[in-house]
Ligand binder design. Structure first.
Ligand code: SF4
Length: 104
């Protein structure tokens, strides 16, 4: 299966309130909220299209952002646990996540 898709998936981020978009009230995360880490996601402050490039598109910019993201580990864990098929999660492409899963 290709690691590229034409659009950003609807479930990529829950909503702007949870993300802490400037000017929008931020919801307090709870321990049982599996998506709470998204409130600190660096990519929420950037163009989501970079994280879901079209076929043949570069993933370099997205991966570079991931290297400085505080929730990189949580993001990657979430993608692995939920078998996210498309896009960059935790700094890895779907192909790289598949390799990681096989090694585990
Ligand atoms: S690791 Fe990358 S994809 Fe995951 S939340 Fe951070 S910036 Fe976004």
């Amino acid at each position: 299966m290709s690691e590229y898709r034409n659009t950003v998936p609807e479930n990529w981020f829950v909503d702007p309130v949870r993300l802490g978009v400037p000017g929008v009230r931020r919801v307090r995360a709870t321990d049982d909220d599996t998506l709470a880490w998204q409130a600190d996601a660096l990519c929420a402050q950037t163009d989501p299209e970079a994280f879901f490039p079209e076929k043949g598109g570069s993933t370099r910019d997205a991966k570079k952002i991931c290297t400085t993201c505080e929730v990189r580990g949580e993001c990657l864990d979430y993608a692995l646990q939920n078998d996210e098929r498309f896009g960059i999660w935790g700094g890895l492409s779907e192909r790289e996540r598949r390799k990681l899963r096989r090694r585990a």
